[in-house]
Design a binder for this molecule. Structure first.
Ligand SMILES: *[C@@H]1O[C@H](CO)[C@@H](O)[C@H](O)[C@H]1NC(C)=O
Ligand SMILES: *[C@@H]1O[C@H](CO)[C@@H](O)[C@H](O)[C@H]1NC(C)=O
Ligand SMILES: *[C@@H]1O[C@H](CO)[C@@H](O)[C@H](O)[C@H]1NC(C)=O
Ligand SMILES: *[C@@H]1O[C@H](CO)[C@@H](O)[C@H](O)[C@H]1NC(C)=O
Ligand SMILES: *[C@@H]1O[C@H](CO)[C@@H](O)[C@H](O)[C@H]1NC(C)=O
Length: 330
């Protein structure tokens, strides 16, 4: 989601890369042979050994976006409850697995031949009128790619845990996550899958990898173990979230809030705290050892590349962690 990532400087986009890369994989001319990653000692992303794409196998080492963010949502409804799109009880939902550059900036829609997002946001590769337009996908939603690959179990799991933010359909949201973000990993390029590549194989691989990271990050339970449960009567402090999650994850995550700014609320009148007041996102940051598909993340602090740790209000008791709407949670 572009809208939740305002804290990252738009100036950090790298427009010079797009002319070539927006229309093909990240490394044009890459052979589809000899990417047997188990024969290669895994190289840690963002380390000096990963910095030169011509010196490593880009299918086995993350050479493009090596700062990996496993992101989750806390929403209270979906807007499509009547169609069975509901939220999982006692769990935050999966947002995505994003490949930021090692310096904390990021790019998006890196391969327009794999553009399956019906609602591109932004609508150009750079987010400016000068960028390459990202055409809306008009085909069947990306979830339909999984049946022919024999992955209906994955699709069912995704419908349960990878639930879109309010008023988006899940399948549209997955297409957004794949095309905006997954195409910017060096290791999901189609050449990495060899000469017998099946159409959309890397889509399923990305979804599986993303699910694997998510499954190791039980945010709801980590909070609950510290007595932090959603409530529509109590308010919370930032430390109620930052403390337990940092302890459990092993590094400081980013905590995101939406909703009113604290000093625009009655409780915050006269305050200079302009942080938002409704907790709704957690971003866990990693470097990864070898390709992200190996699922070996090394937890790193969310400000490792200089970004902020939160946009939430920091006044004690300023935050809401709302209960889900009756009927939205199953
Ligand atoms: C961040 O890294 C990317 C990829 O190496 C580069 O294109 C971009 O210019 C860098 N941004 C800044 C602000 O240094
Ligand atoms: C793949 O590896 C084999 C065995 O080392 C080698 O003979 C061949 O040239 C390689 N092909 C490419 C495209 O790298
Ligand atoms: C992108 O969106 C902006 C704002 O809605 C609009 O003015 C512009 O024409 C769009 N550009 C493309 C390439 O669709
Ligand atoms: C809220 O705080 C910000 C920054 O401290 C300040 O610029 C803004 O004017 C304040 N807003 C209100 C409504 O007091
Ligand atoms: C709790 O409050 C949120 C935000 O106002 C609302 O969306 C939700 O429906 C409420 N949940 C319950 C169980 O009242």
């Amino acid at each position: 989601m572009a809208s939740t990532r305002r804290h990252l400087a738009a100036a950090a986009f790298a427009p010079l890369l797009f002319a070539q890369q927006a229309v093909a994989g990240l490394y044009p001319g890459l052979s589809n042979l000899n990417h047997t990653c188990s024969l290669v000692d895994p190289i840690l992303s963002c380390s000096s050994g990963a910095s030169d794409p011509s010196a490593v196998d880009t299918c086995c080492t993350e050479t493009f976006g090596g700062l990996v963010l496993a992101t989750q949502f806390w929403n209270t409804y979906t807007g499509f409850e009547s169609q069975g799109q509901v939220l999982p009880k006692d769990a935050w939902t999966l947002h995505g697995l994003w490949p930021d550059f090692c310096n904390g900036s990021y790019t998006q829609y890196c391969d327009l031949t794999r553009q399956y997002d019906p609602l591109p946001a932004p609508n150009t590769t750079t987010g400016t009128p000068e960028g390459t337009p990202v055409p809306a996908w008009r085909g069947p939603d990306i979830g339909t790619f999984l049946g022919p690959l024999g992955k209906l179990d994955l699709l069912a799991w995704m419908n349960k845990y990878w639930v879109a933010q309010p008023d988006w359909l899940n399948g549209d949201f997955w297409g957004h996550e794949f095309s905006k973000h997954a195409t910017c990993y060096s290791t999901f390029d189609v050449e990495c899958y060899g000469p017998q590549y099946h159409e959309h194989e890397e889509v399923a691989d990305f979804f599986e990898t993303t699910a694997a990271f998510y499954r190791r990050l039980p945010t709801w339970s980590w909070l609950e173990a510290s007595g932090v449960r959603p409530s529509n009567v109590t308010t919370f402090s930032l430390s109620d979230f930052a403390g337990p999650l940092t302890q459990a994850f092993g590094a400081v995550p980013y905590i995101g809030c939406s909703g009113s700014k604290f000093n625009a609320t009655d409780a915050g009148k006269g305050s200079t705290d302009a942080g938002n007041t409704v907790v709704n996102e957690i971003w866990y940051y990693y470097h990864v050892n070898g390709h992200v598909q190996r699922q070996e993340g090394i937890a790193v602090d969310a400000d490792i590349a200089g970004g902020r740790l939160t946009n939430c209000a920091q006044t004690p008791g300023a935050l809401h962690y709302y209960e889900r709407t009756a009927g939205s949670e199953v």
